[in-house]
Design a protein around this ligand. Structure first.
Ligand code: GMT
Length: 387
């Protein structure tokens, strides 16, 4: 198949899923064309700025994976350049000249609407549109009154729609009152990726010998509740020598700095910043913290599980579909930082239990979210829209 994939190129989960899917499809023999305003972070990391010679090749090394940059022209009249139109134009150009069979868009806003417009421009040539809903495109952005009607239109007009969890499927039905079929296709992991990192120092390179490592990865948006990470860590630190590794960056970073200074715990926290290869931090880590208000899925939690790192998080959104409470981690009510700290200490002070949780975490991640199974689910959907 010749597949167009449109996504955000930044460190968000939707762009990561789209890129991992593109690479898996290309590896399986499909021709894939990624369309975005910049090279996705997960692709740029594979272009060889690391000391690993055994990583997957970058885009230029897959003969059947191509990247097309959306050109957004600025003009003095525009206070806001119309990205949705530039994206639709790029989709038409790529579909026409690369003879795409279909367009798979990740994150409904504005990708779904741009794809539906591209399909209309292409007519009578067919260009089926598959839309994958990722989370905040439904719960935060898509349901904003300024975007709601166009987001609903993009969903309703798509030829097939997928959501990354049962929870997101229900949230979509409630928010947009749409009754069209929506299939749940979860996020996935490539087991081999984590094996390659297993014997690397990972989280240990930032910690002293006696320190246990707690890790959080996010874009530091309010929905992630990074301050809860700090509060939880502070409570654990009072009982055990440990270090917090913060991966990512975003709007709440300054609040986090301020709170660390107030608590006097800055010396025990390492800000790693944005890092495309999260396995470099996760392997060898002791716990992963994800206290978000509502994760539609929680890809970073799945990546932690795959690296044998148990998760302490919030029992909200789709996270309970990923983390099994009492088996691969603990899920507490949103904001219950005392409970999260207790759960963290429970695991950190019981070596055998911690080891069992870690082993089970990887086993469940591989059994339930394996790349091969999920990519085949997407292929089946593609075959469906192609008739
Ligand atoms: O987490 C974010 O803010 C980024 C966002 C995105 O779309 O890039 O992530 C969402 O999609 C991921 C991939 O499907 C999910 O694993 C995340 O849970 C989801 N984030 C939220 O729902 C907050």
């Amino acid at each position: 198949m010749r597949i167009g994939i449109s996504c955000y190129p930044t460190f968000g989960g939707s762009g990561v899923v789209a890129t991992e899917l593109a690479m898996a499809l290309a590896t399986g023999g499909d021709e894939v064309h990624i369309i975005s305003y910049a090279l996705p972070s997960r692709l740029s990391m594979l272009c060889g700025n690391l000391d690993n010679s055994d990583l997957a090749p970058g885009p230029q090394l897959y003969s059947n994976l191509h990247f097309h940059q959306v050109g957004v022209t600025h003009y003095p009249l525009f206070e806001y350049p119309p990205y949705s139109l530039a994206l639709a134009t790029a989709m038409v150009e790529v579909a026409r000249h690369q003879q795409l069979d279909l367009m798979h868009v990740h994150y409904a806003v504005p990708n779904a609407v741009s794809a539906v417009l591209a399909r209309q421009i292409m007519a009578p040539a067919p260009l089926p549109v598959v839309t994958t809903l990722h989370g905040t495109d439904i719960t935060l952005v898509g349901n904003d009154p300024n975007y709601l009607e166009t987001t609903r239109f993009g969903i309703v007009e798509s030829d097939a729609v997928t959501a990354v969890s049962d929870w997101l499927l229900k949230a979509t039905r409630e928010t947009f009152t749409v009754d069209k079929p929506i299939e749940v296709v979860p996020n996935f992991i490539d087991p081999a990726r984590y094996e390659r990192f297993a014997d690397r120092p990972g989280a240990r390179r930032w910690a002293s010998q006696e320190e246990r490592t707690l890790i959080h990865i996010s874009n530091f948006r309010p929905v992630k509740r990074v301050l809860d990470v700090i509060e939880t860590f502070h409570r654990v630190l009072q009982q055990l020598p440990c270090r917090l590794l913060l991966v990512g960056d975003g709007p709440d970073r300054a609040k986090v700095d301020k709170r660390c200074r107030e608590l006097g715990i800055c010396d025990s926290i390492t800000f790693i910043g944005n890092l495309p290869l999260v396995e470099e931090v996760l392997v060898g880590g002791d716990l992963f913290l994800l206290p978000s208000d509502a994760e539609s899925f929680g890809l970073s939690a799945l990546e932690a599980l795959a690296c044998k790192v148990p998760v302490i998080g919030a029992a909200a959104g789709g996270l309970p579909e990923v983390v099994t409470h009492g088996e691969t981690g603990f899920l507490l009510p949103v904001g219950d930082v005392d409970g999260m700290a207790r759960a963290a200490l429970e695991l950190l002070t019981d070596k055998e239990r911690h080891r069992e949780f870690g082993e089970r975490a990887r086993q469940q991640a591989l059994e339930r979210f394996s790349q091969d199974v999920v990519v085949e689910q997407y292929r089946e959907i593609y075959r469906g829209v192609l008739g």
